[in-house]
Design a binder for this molecule. Structure first.
Ligand code: T3D
Length: 271
């Protein structure tokens, strides 16, 4: 599939898209606003994720430029006239499709949280498959500070990841959660020293891009369905997903490689 050419780092463009060997790096690039999201950045991000979905890249890495990952909605873009803005319309038009796009990707999505992740910025990170965070990063459910409710899937992801008690307190108090505590609580995969974050994340993306992509996508299906399923439902789903995985060329290659005592060369191709 055609890909957009790699962009050089340029503070004039709100999103950087970098196609590496077999994976794609997406960088939110409004560092002066801690990568807060306005309509333009939403549009660019939607286009980038659509491109990543259509492209034959086999992993996606999302990160932010500068000292923040993402401060959620750009509050400077919220003008108050006689009527309050329709934030439901904003969620419908921008945030909900964004989270759905991330979750629908048929390839692993890594988030490298390079700094503060606030409001919807935190939810974006939690929507990704694997979250790495710089040791100095923090997660803030900042909605209560401005009279809003958590959105972008925050009330779905947070209690499932860390339990109701911690999720409620984080959201009602809007206290920052340091990255190390986030990892201890199971909110994210790992904390990495700040200087090592991007190398670690890129190494992981490059590794995942060599793995059995179809099987990984099916695995994501199983995790997505799990919270709403009974054990019986999940066993049935695993049966169906395993049937599909067993038909992929990568399964054949994985078994051959094992029997021949050599590294597998997965192609990520569908059955
Ligand atoms: O509206 C809808 O469509 C509904 C959807 C809502 C989704 C949401 O995400 S609502 C939540 C919106 N986000 C926030 O409320 C977070 C606001 N930001 C902060 O609370 C703090 O900036 C942080 C805790 C994230 C970081 O604090 P700190 O002290 O490290 O940085 P700072 O000095 O506050 O911010 C640095 C600059 O970024 C500053 O600009 P300046 O003064 O240097 O010119 C600040 O204004 C700007 N900035 C940070 N966050 C935002 C922002 N500008 C616009 N919108 C932001 N969200």
């Amino acid at each position: 599939m055609p890909t957009r050419p790699t962009r050089a780092v340029d503070s004039a463009v709100p999103l950087l898209l970098d196609r590496r060997d077999a994976w794609m790096e997406v960088t939110l690039n409004r560092p002066e606003r801690l990568n807060a999201l306005d309509a333009t950045l939403h549009g660019e991000l939607a286009a980038a994720l659509d491109m990543a979905a259509a492209d034959d890249c086999r992993a996606v890495l999302i990160t932010g430029a500068g000292r923040g990952f993402c401060a959620g909605q750009d509050l400077a873009a919220r003008a108050f006239g006689d009527q309050p803005p329709d934030l439901g319309a904003s969620l419908e038009a921008h945030y909900n499709p964004l989270i759905r796009r991330i979750r629908a990707l048929r390839k692993p999505v890594i988030c490298a949280v390079n700094g503060v992740a606030a409001g919807a910025g935190a939810s974006i990170a939690l929507a990704c498959d694997i979250v790495l965070a710089a040791r100095s990063a923090k997660f803030i459910q900042s909605f209560a500070r401005i009279g809003l409710v958590p959105d972008s899937g925050g009330t779905f992801f947070l209690p499932r990841l860390i339990g109701d008690a911690r999720a409620r307190a984080l959201m009602l108090l809007a206290e920052p959660l340091p990255a190390e505590t986030a990892a201890e609580w199971g909110l994210i995969w790992k904390v990495v020293d700040d200087a090592a974050l991007m190398d670690t994340a890129r190494t992981m993306a490059a590794h995942l891009a060599t793995q059995p992509t179809q099987g990984l996508a099916l695995m994501k299906d199983a995790f997505d369905a799990s919270p709403g399923n009974s054990l019986d439902d999940q066993l049935d789903l695993e049966r169906d997903l395993q049937r599909a995985a067993g038909r992929t060329p990568d399964y054949r290659e994985g078994v051959s490689a094992f029997m021949e005592k050599r590294p597998a060369r997965f192609t990520g191709q569908p059955a």
